[in-house]
Design a protein around this ligand. Sequence first.
Ligand code: ZN
Length: 274
Amino acid sequence: MKTVRAWLTGLLLVGVSMAASAAPYTLNGDWEQGSVLIGSTTPGTKVTFNGRLLTLTPDGKFVFALDRDAPATAELRIKPPGEREIVEQHDVAKRAWDIQPIDGLPPKLVNPPPETEKRIAMEQAKIGAVKKRDTQISDFATPFTWPATGRISGVFGSQRILNGTPKSPHYGVDVAVPIGTPVLAPAGGVVSLAEKDLYFTGGTLIIDHGHGLQSILVHLSKLLVKPGQTVKQGELVAESGMTGRATGPHLHWGLYWFDEHVDAQKFTGDMPAH
Ligand SMILES: [Zn+2]
């Protein structure tokens, strides 16, 4: 009996290892709106996601993401060295977002005053340029940690419709913390933007975790790092606040993969006890 079981176990192990070596890649994450997917493959493999050729880390890791409003299907192409390209169509699950219509507001609260238009456009162009970075930093592949702990007061993807006009969706997670709370780098990387006073976001920090994945931390009262500076996961980078257009003290943390807006809360997992 013992012999049979050992033989069976051995057979199963062989089966598993054969299957593993046959697969051209592994992937962590869900095919769902707002998700980040982290993959691993043989170095030298060409990975293309929705037409974008991805850069790989030296050990074959890669990242791509699905925007809040990602369409129902996405295409992944994998071409291991010397082998045929595999083309996969994946269904992307739709998520339900919290949509709130608010009517009867004075117009000045719905749209920023016209004299601020130029300033806002310049600031958005600056952030837009930072989002294009595709660096060889490999911190994207490490598990992320919360930059601050506290009650979650705003979730990713929600949207207000003010006087019938849909406003930009909420592309981050809000943690209700008092002004001056230490803000820690959710993963290692390089500071790609540090601005004390942007119109919407006030004190704003962007950390590049590599290969297109970046964190934005906003409404900060104090910035403690400079652009170009390398930071480690958990390092003190700022103090929280309520600068910019914040209605109360909190930390807003957003995650981008290039222009795709993704859910930092979902990517990181449960908030630790606080
Ligand atoms: Zn927010």
